[in-house]
Design a protein around this ligand. Structure first.
Ligand code: AMP
Length: 397
């Protein structure tokens, strides 16, 4: 089954409620990073060209069910109007009689943006009354907010009960194609690189991808729990002794399925890490084991070469999670080397959201990857094989 998309239907003349991810950072009342607005443009422009009445909605921040001007979407309306080259009517509420009368004034091809849906507790509670009040504004529903698709909220899922058709926008369609299709039926060899802080956060992803990948590469602090599982010492490195058994079963599953499982062969370790100050004190590379008193903060040069060789032969590469504490300059070499290698690979490169996207942008290689997910938690849950409420609420082909 495939989720129906806006390209499968014609919404001409219809009032279309579009859930976007306009949860953008603001600085002094203006949008300071507009990448999420830019990402929403293809869907909005498509609906304008179909002469639909485009009613946009989103959350911004965590106003916790109360109206709070700090979290107003009004700066987004201004930014979006410039990008579209046409007016975007900002409506100062998202449900109720006044909103309905504003929408009644809309002509075909017009665009309105509703105020923050999280100004009502009914949004995150997925209250049927709030969902119905939102639905009353429109004839059809488009969800294009992948970043919140893992949440069953009123505007991401509940509203779909009251509207038809319900389809995904281009952004979600692309996420489903790359994180879903291209990893379920990948061009092989399919290499997965996973990193980040905790095995416990990523074990379900590892388990699911062990059924799909030819090679799994592990970096970041996660690798230290795997090192413990192999009986190696990790000094003061971040690890999860409670998950050694889990790591062992993943290693066993890989061996049983013939999946190549690569761990770092060397690490950069430091003595006095101060995250706030961005300083690390003395540093040294260790091969195999890390001595007591030292904390692993990045993969070493031999691991970088090993991982590079593996990625070079891959036809599909999926990356989620940094190789080290990439926020600190002294510990970012491994993460940036992986970013560069993936960007320069000839195969399909998929960046699975969160910190990896941040890292690839910081490294300056984001233009060269095939696809960067816009989700953090949603990408992870989707890669785990979970159903996303914001997607399953939509019509299926
Ligand atoms: P995650 O959200 O699980 O992808 O984890 C990302 C975080 O993992 C980043 O903030 C990194 O600084 C952190 N991280 C990566 N490698 C290490 C490490 N060796 N020690 C401590 N934290 C790490």
């Amino acid at each position: 089954m495939a989720t129906k998309s806006i390209k499968d239907i014609n919404l001409s003349g219809k009032r279309v409620l579009v859930r976007c991810d306009f949860n953008v950072p603001l600085k002094e009342g203006a949008v300071s990073d507009d990448s999420r607005i830019v990402a929403a443009l293809p869907t909005i422009q498509h609906l304008i060209s179909q002469e639909a009445k485009v009613i946009l909605c989103s959350h911004l921040g965590r106003p916790k069910g109360e109206k709070n001007a700090i979290f107003s979407l009004s700066p987004v309306a201004e930014n979006l109007a410039v990008k579209l080259g046409k007016p975007v009517t900002f409506i100062e509420d998202c449900i109720g009689a006044e909103v309905e009368s504003e929408i009644a004034k809309m002509g075909d091809g017009d665009v309105s943006l509703l105020e923050n849906v999280r100004f009502y507790a009914g949004e995150t509670d997925n209250h049927p009354e709030f969902a119905a009040a939102l639905a009353k504004l429109a004839d059809a529903y488009v969800n294009d907010a992948f970043g919140t698709a893992h949440r069953a909220h009123a505007s991401t899922a509940g509203v779909a009960k009251y509207l038809s058709p319900c389809v995904c926008g281009f952004l979600i369609e692309k996420e489903l194609a790359y994180l879903g299709e291209k990893t379920a039926h990948p061009e092989r060899p399919f290499t997965v690189i996973l990193g980040g802080a905790k095995v416990s956060d990523k074990i379900k992803v590892i388990d699911t991808l062990l059924d799909k990948a030819d090679t799994i590469i592990i970096g970041g602090a996660m690798a230290y729990t795997f090192a413990l599982a192999e009986g190696r010492q990790v000094g003061e490195s971040l690890s999860e002794p409670d998950f050694i058994a889990t790591a062992k079963s993943a290693l066993e599953k890989a061996a049983k399925k013939g999946v190549k499982f690569l761990l770092p062969v060397d690490n950069l370790a430091v003595k006095d890490l101060d995250f706030g100050a961005g300083s690390v004190g003395a540093s040294q590379f260790f091969e195999g084991q890390i001595e007591d008193g030292w904390e692993g903060v990045d993969i070493g040069p031999k691991s970088i070469e090993l991982f590079k060789e593996e990625v070079a032969g891959a036809k599909t590469v999926l990356w989620n999670g940094p190789m080290g504490i990439f926020e600190i300059d002294a510990c970012n070499k491994g993460t940036f080397a992986v970013a560069e290698t993936i960007a320069n690979s000839d195969g399909i490169s998929i960046i699975g959201g969160g910190d990896s996207v941040k890292a690839i942008k910081m490294s300056g290689y984001s233009d060269k990857v095939t696809f960067m997910s816009t989700g953090g938690g949603a990408s992870l849950e989707f890669l785990e094989g979970k159903e996303l409420p914001g997607v399953s609420a939509l019509d299926q082909n």
